[in-house]
Design a protein around this ligand. Structure first.
Ligand code: ADP
Length: 485
């Protein structure tokens, strides 16, 4: 990997704790593997609670002078960080593909997407407005300040090794918080490379730490039990989110949770079918189905079911599976063996219960964790895929009859992150977008992520929003001042 990089110093394997690049106190290391080839590409410092505590203490110390600087000044540092991320986009993308497996073109896109949060929230640093409220008595004046919450800590998954961290750290630093990031065990290198650039951009010593660790639950405990941490921001499964919320309860810590989804993708009979196929392809197969907003259940109205199924199968058979580093590859490997076992389990369950596989359905001939992009038909609500996120390249097609049925089926889940539908009738579009119990609705589009909009879920998909001006609120506390004159 090192020889591919224009700037090999971005390939950092030490932890970034309290402004120093360090080995773990006990010298421990863990392996980072390339999922396309299975080989070890780096050994990274495996830090524990002690180093996490030092990172938190340093963030607490550094945050006060940082918050005392003007918004414009903080914006300048974030702008520099954004510029450095974009100048090093190719190297950052190579590191990302090497540790995570997504095609290089998608990795480049993720770097630009991650960087866009740094740019956007940097700009917002100048607009952390308070409020004045007319007093409740003649001698009273009411002012509301919005102040940084304190030290924020993040735990993030491997599917977006750059962007998941960027959209948490950027608002935190923009408003004047300190930050400690614990990247996923599978993908620490992208996070460490971001820290190298943050240091170059002039992020003050200690304000930001990146602590790679294979002991996620130890770090999670330190984040929840250390009284200096005032905010936990997590992206991952609903299961782990629940554990962290319980742990955070002891300190009544403010939490943002971006948890699992089970996105429905509805195709009505008045939809433009070609656009719907295109949307389903991006929504389902981007990142090889490994995003929390990937279509998980594709509901197709009876009148267009067969036509849609045929067009989708044709598009899926054109996907090129391979090492993300190779030209023209649209679909990389899955992250690990248990991801392959999960999709196999869902496919077996479809077949056992009367559904069929029209395309794919098996491990790919490339071996390892490569899997054939798959389309299943005759899928019903009692099958596993209706309840659980597959997180892999399986497009299951469910049939429905009426608009009411589609809405009821789509809402029949504990999750409520993203959903999508394709239709042309304006009355239907309005009714359906209002009835879907989701935080994000894509209408006639399969791509909804942007730094400009509030991303987040309802129900058991999470708490809080990331991106847009709302993404800043979770890192602020309101202070109401009552002045008697
Ligand atoms: P995913 O399937 O996307 O990896 P997880 O919820 O299992 O979703 O993991 C998301 C992140 O949470 C990862 O970085 C993982 O290491 C971390 N994690 C897993 N279990 C815990 C825990 N008990 N406490 C803190 N972090 C955890």
């Amino acid at each position: 990997l090192e020889h591919l990089l224009r700037d090999p110093s971005l390939l950092e394997t030490r932890a970034f704790v309290a402004g120093e690049w360090i080995s773990a106190d006990d010298g421990a290391l863990f392996d980072v593997r390339n999922p396309a080839r299975g080989d070890v590409i780096a050994q990274v410092a495996d830090v524990g609670r002690g180093e996490a505590a030092r990172a938190i203490a340093a963030a607490e110390k550094a945050r006060h002078p940082w918050a005392a600087r003007t918004g414009k000044d903080r914006a300048g540092v974030l702008r520099k960080w954004f510029d450095l991320m974009m100048e090093n986009q190719e190297d950052l993308a190579l590191i990302l593909t090497a540790e995570m497996g997504k095609p290089l073109s998608e990795a480049r896109g993720e770097i630009a997407y991650g960087a866009s949060f740094v740019e956007w929230f940097g700009e917002e640093a100048k607009r952390v407005y308070g409020e004045t409220i007319p007093g409740h008595q003649p001698d009273k004046r009411i002012t509301v300040l919005r102040q940084p919450i304190g030290v924020a800590a993040s735990i993030t998954p491997w599917n977006f090794p750059n962007a998941m961290i960027a959209r948490k750290v950027a608002p935190a630093l923009a408003v004047g918080c300190g930050f400690v990031a614990r990247p996923a065990t599978e993908t620490p290198l992208s996070a460490l490379a971001m820290a190298v650039l943050a240091e170059r951009a002039g992020v003050p010593k200690g304000l930001l730490s990146v602590i790679p660790s294979s002991r996620a639950s130890d770090i999670g405990k330190e984040f929840c039990e250390n009284p200096v941490v005032r905010k936990l921001t997590f992206t991952g499964s609903t299961e782990v989110g629940r554990i962290l919320l319980r742990q955070a309860a002891d300190q009544v810590m403010k939490c943002s949770m971006e948890l699992g989804g089970n996105a429905p993708f509805i195709v009505f009979d008045d939809a433009d079918l070609d656009r719907a196929v295109e949307g389903a392809m991006t929504s389902k197969f981007r990142n090889n189905g490994q995003t929390c907003v990937c279509a998980n259940r594709i509901y197709v109205q009876a009148g267009v079911y067969d036509a849609f199924a045929a067009k989708l199968a044709a598009a899926v058979s054109k996907l090129k599976v391979g090492d993300g580093m190779d030209d023209g590859v649209s679909t990389g490997p899955l992250i690990n063996e248990s991801a392959v076992e999960k999709i196999e389990d869902h496919i077996r369950d479809v077949l056992d219960n009367g559904g069929s596989i029209t395309t794919g359905g098996k491990r790919h001939e490339l071996g390892g964790t490569f899997f054939q992009p798959t389309v299943a038909t005759g899928v019903t609500q009692s099958m596993k895929v209706a309840k659980e996120e597959t997180f892999g390249p399986l497009a299951p097609l469910f049939r429905f009859d009426t608009e009411e049925d589609a809405i009821a089926l789509a809402n029949d889940t504990i999750f409520g992150l993203a959903c999508y539908f394709y239709a042309r009738d304006m009355g239907r579009i309005t009714r359906v977008q209002e009835a879907l119990e989701y935080g994000i609705v894509g209408v006639n589009t399969g791509i909804i992520s942007t730094e400009l909009a509030p991303f987040g879920g309802v129900k058991q998909s999470g708490l809080g929003r990331e991106g847009s001006r709302h993404g800043i609120d979770d890192f602020l506390e309101m202070k109401y001042i009552c002045l008697s004159i």
